[in-house]
Design a protein around this ligand. Structure first.
Ligand code: PMP
Length: 401
């Protein structure tokens, strides 16, 4: 089936021009199958899970748990109870920073992140470090947006309790050498959390092969619904970590004297989850499997190369993030113009890009810029759309000079 025709939202005009959607790193569009899964859930299945004896509750529970197994197989986890449903990457990281921190972080300890993290892989660690008297250490990156692995090795020491880095930078597109980072960390006995928000829709991820201890991602960046995400955690660590939130579902027995907790993964799933969104995530995984991750990766690689070459024909355009290993993200500035002005003008051509610091202010500080314009591509984008972007920028650039 034609890929693009599965995304009804793309077939519309903005200011009487065909919509060109290049804001995929913020959120991807959803195929009809995902939208149908959401509708069907509310049309035929809506019910609270795990607690009911009636048919709808049993069926909804079944489908919810089937999705857990689909996620397990999608990322190659050893056990389905190592898959915890959350609201998204942000909540997954907060869960680990809080719960792992409560169990393992003490006065004088250290946590390592990189200078190219999204704020959601910085601030939760800052909060946890503050609470426990620990210190955040930061891996620097070079002008191309490549992490300095030698510097990382010198940061790692016997006070390091965890390393938290992204698989792919949402601003620079850099694919980080996480297998190497995991290896180096494990040799020092330090667990590693990977923020996979920007990797999961672009490449095959196998958590056992990588050997990571935690892997986090969001449904909405992989053609799935908003409001659902995943925390993969290695069983041994999840078992040792205390609950993140208290409430229904996460308990075994409650008395006023003492409460005992449910087994994995339910210990970390307090309250009613977003069941419909979880089922929508299953449809998104089915879409990605049916399309094929190799097909997705090769279409996006071709688009990225074509766009990089096309954009370089624009006078005074500078690309930020020129690592040899990149996904389909291009951050740029034109001359001295403000990214917001470029984004606003592009919008008038029906072209959706993101502008600003992309929740990565430390990257902007590193380059001494206020923000960038970011075009990011997904499997349904086309070279004709990139031509439209290039043509629009050619019109805009003289206005900004
Ligand atoms: N990490 C990275 C690298 C991201 O790109 C994003 C989303 N922009 C997040 C974390 C946070 O994801 P969410 O907002 O879906 O929780």
């Amino acid at each position: 089936m034609n890929i693009r025709s599965q995304f009804p939202i793309l077939d519309q005009k903005i200011y009487n021009k065909p919509l060109v959607y290049f804001d995929n790193a913020a959120t991807t569009q959803k195929p009809k199958s995902v939208i149908d899964a959401l509708c069907n859930y509310y049309l035929t299945l809506n019910s609270n899970i795990h607690r009911g004896t009636h048919h709808l509750a049993a069926e909804a529970t079944d489908r919810y748990e089937q999705t857990r197994r689909a996620v397990q197989s999608f990322i190659g986890a050893r056990h389905s109870h190592e898959i915890v449903f959350t609201r998204g990457t942000t909540e997954s990281i907060n869960l680990v920073a809080s719960s792992f921190g409560n169990r393992f972080l003490h006065q004088g300890d250290e946590v390592i992140v990189s200078a190219m993290e999204h704020h959601s892989n910085i601030v939760p660690w800052q909060l946890s470090c503050e609470r426990h008297g620990a210190t955040l250490r930061v891996i620097p990156f070079n002008d191309d947006g490549v992490l300095d692995i030698e510097a990382f090795k010198t940061l790692l020491n016997d006070k390091t309790r965890i390393v938290a880095v992204n698989h792919v930078s949402n601003t620079l597109g850099t694919i980080n050498p996480i297998a190497e980072i995991i290896n180096i960390s494990h040799q020092a006995g330090v667990p590693v959390l990977i923020d996979g928000a920007q990797a999961i829709s672009h490449m095959a991820v196998d958590v056992q092969q990588l050997g990571c201890d935690f892997y986090c991602f969001s449904g909405h960046k992989m053609y799935g619904p908003m409001g659902v995400g995943v925390l993969y955690g290695r069983e041994e660590l999840l078992e040792e970590m205390p609950p993140y939130q208290g409430g229904g579902e996460m308990i075994k027995d409650v008395t006023f004297e003492k409460t005992t907790y449910n087994e994995l993964p339910f210990k970390f799933e307090a309250g009613t989850p977003s069941v419909g969104d979880v089922l929508g995530l299953h449809a998104a995984i089915d879409f990605m499997n049916a399309t094929g991750i190799e097909t997705i990766a090769s279409i996006e690689a071709e688009l990225t190369q074509y766009a990089t070459e096309s954009l370089q024909t624009i006078e005074n355009l500078r690309i930020y993030g020129t690592a040899p290993q990149k996904t389909s993200v291009i951050s740029f500035l034109i001359g001295e113009s403000h990214p917001y002005d470029v984004g606003t003008l592009l919008d008038k051509f029906g072209i959706a890009v993101r502008t600003g610091h992309h929740c990565t202010q430390p990257i902007m500080d590193r380059f001494g810029i206020p923000g960038t314009v970011r075009a990011s591509f997904a499997v349904y984008n086309t070279k004709e759309e990139i031509d439209a972007l290039t043509a629009a920028l050619q019109r805009i650039a003289p206005m900004l000079a």
